[in-house]
Design a protein around this ligand. Structure first.
Ligand SMILES: O=C(O)CCC(=O)C(=O)O
Length: 183
């Protein structure tokens, strides 16, 4: 735990942070998508605040191992660098991104196994982007800038997918996003 705290502080350039929610969230998907919502829901968790400094970190960990196509969260590496000077919520910014070739294709992709989105690489406004899938073992931790575009993805395995997540934000960001979550 002290190591996670230290790493979070380092990534936040020394700004202290608080959990966004009182409890960690369980990310759960049933095997082979049984009974769960399998649509992709690309989004950013907090609005762009017109500020170039990092607004927070989302941590993901694994209760059970999650391999490729086993329902791990899917994210666009590099997307936290887009639209930095803007103020826009996820829906507003999505409209802009949809006009680019990379996001236009990504947002209209159907979730399937195998899916071409896992090979997707592109450049938007000179920023290199790559789609990544979160896979890991119990105890592994993934740190993500809260501005990254991400989505749930169906679980094509025979086991339930179980991960935990929490977001950590500095107090001034928490105040700004309080009433604008998912905007
Ligand atoms: O992997 C998932 O179920 C989606 C996670 C997600 O979108 C989030 O934690 O904001």
């Amino acid at each position: 735990m002290p190591d996670l705290h230290k790493a979070t502080l380092q990534l936040m350039n020394g700004s202290s942070v608080q959990p966004m929610f009182a409890k960690n969230h369980l990310l759960f998907s049933l095997p082979r998508g049984v009974g769960s919502n399998n649509d992709l829901d690309w989004h950013m968790d907090i609005p762009l605040l017109g500020d170039t400094s990092i607004p927070g970190i989302q941590l993901f960990t694994f209760i059970d191992s999650v391999g490729p196509r086993e329902g791990g969260t899917v994210a666009v590496a590099g997307s936290h660098r887009l639209g930095k000077s803007q103020q826009a919520n996820s829906k507003e910014f999505r409209i802009q991104l949809e006009r680019t070739e990379f996001f236009g294709q990504l947002f209209s992709s159907e979730p399937s196994e195998p899916s071409h989105i896992f090979d997707a690489e592109g450049t938007v406004d000179g920023i290199e982007l790559k789609v990544i899938e979160m896979c890991g073992e119990p105890g592994d931790v993934i740190f993500m800038d809260v501005r990254l575009w991400h989505t749930r993805f169906p679980n094509f395995s025979e086991r339930s997918r179980m991960m935990l997540t929490q977001r950590f934000l500095p107090e001034h960001v928490r105040r700004q996003v309080k009433n604008r979550y998912y905007g």
